[in-house]
Design a protein around this ligand. Structure first.
Ligand code: G3H
Ligand code: 13P
Ligand code: ZN
Length: 322
């Protein structure tokens, strides 16, 4: 199987009440860990590349790594997606350079300017058989080098979604319902505490999601910022010399609920980074004499695989759906 677009994947996910995992890739071990998990679980997959990933690893290396993963995992459909494309030129580069899906993220622009640039990307992409994700509403956190402060974030306005989709022709829409990027999604002040003193985040705005679904029946919705920041990873990072106080994510049961609705793509990056960092820190603490990258990247890659397998089965529900 060669790289595919997400069109068929999203249709099946929408009808089947599950979501596809979109995981960020930056190097070989990450590509391998993710695709080994998806391959073994027979799960459809989106591998996504940010502007930062392209700057770090180089477009060609990343495309070739993903093409290698396609060869190694012929049983599953794989999409190669640009995450948070911030200009027409970047999207065009990726469309011309082998990607099967791009995101144009003009969510920080005015409604009219967002429509204009998204429409331009859609016209170019569709002409080449590539699909386009757009965004309405602004997530707090780091969006590909752009830091969005919590007070600059805004939920998607459901009354805007029909006009936006109709005027742009986009294939899927990322909305803001309370998720955000990174490992610190809520301040302790925004949370409550349970009887054990553990922070409990405020719930996602399912009312906003449901209103969007009502206005866009059958249309695939995307959730960014959907890491759950597993506390065992955070504890492991901190135990072995890290310093990540009050790191907190989106509870898995909320994501599972969203996946059963119209959310067809769920973006996860921070949890992979956390697990990988925890295992590398542990490895160095236990083996201070090791200096061969293969020694510490082996448990790091294994951690990626285990995290992705857990997401596929327990959060996305897309195992066996390839
Ligand atoms: O949405 C952000 C993703 O986690 C990618 O992050 O821009 O640091 O590669 P990055
Ligand atoms: P997290 O930081 O929650 O993993 O979100 C990743 C993401 O949305 C990539 O676009
Ligand atoms: Zn994102």
């Amino acid at each position: 199987m060669s790289l595919v677009t997400s069109t068929e994947m999203f249709k099946k996910a929408y009808d089947g009440g599950y979501a596809i995992g979109a995981f960020n890739v930056n190097n070989m071990e990450i590509v391998q860990g993710i695709t080994e998990a998806a391959g073994e679980l027979n799960a459809p997959l989106i591998l996504q590349v940010s502007k930062g990933a392209r700057a770090y690893a180089n477009h060609t290396y990343l495309v070739k790594l993903v093409e290698a993963a396609v060869i190694e995992n012929p049983n599953i459909p794989i999409v190669l997606h640009l995450d948070h494309g911030d200009s027409f030129e970047l999207c065009k580069d990726c469309i011309d350079g082998g990607f099967t899906s791009v995101m144009i993220d003009a969510s920080s622009k005015s409604f009219e300017d967002n429509i204009a640039v998204t429409k331009k990307v859609v016209e170019y992409a569709h002409d080449k058989g590539v699909v386009v994700e757009a965004e309405l509403g602004t997530l707090a956190g780091v969006e590909d080098h752009v830091k969005v402060a919590a007070d600059a974030a805004s939920y998607t306005k459901p009354e805007e979604v029909e006009e936006f989709v109709e005027k742009t022709g986009c294939d899927s829409l990322a909305i803001a319902i309370g998720t955000s990027h990174g490992a610190y999604k809520f301040t302790p002040e925004q949370c409550t505490r349970n009887e054990d003193g553990i922070l409990v985040p405020p719930p996602l705005r399912f009312d906003v999601l449901e209103e969007c679904i009502k206005r866009l029946p059958g249309f695939p919705i995307v959730l960014h910022g959907s890491s759950s920041v597993p506390q065992d990873y955070v504890e492991e990072v901190n135990k072995y010399g890290g310093n990540m106080p009050n790191a907190i994510g989106i509870p898995e049961d909320e994501l599972r609920k969203a996946a059963k609705l119209a959310v067809c793509k769920i973006n996860i990056d921070s949890d992979l980074r956390l697990g990988m960092t925890a295992k590398i820190r542990k490895h160095f603490a236990e083996h201070p004499d090791h200096f061969d990258p293969r020694q510490y990247l082996t448990p790091a890659r294994q951690s990626i695989k285990e995290t992705v397998a857990h997401k596929i089965v327990n959060v996305l529900g897309c195992d066996g759906k390839a």
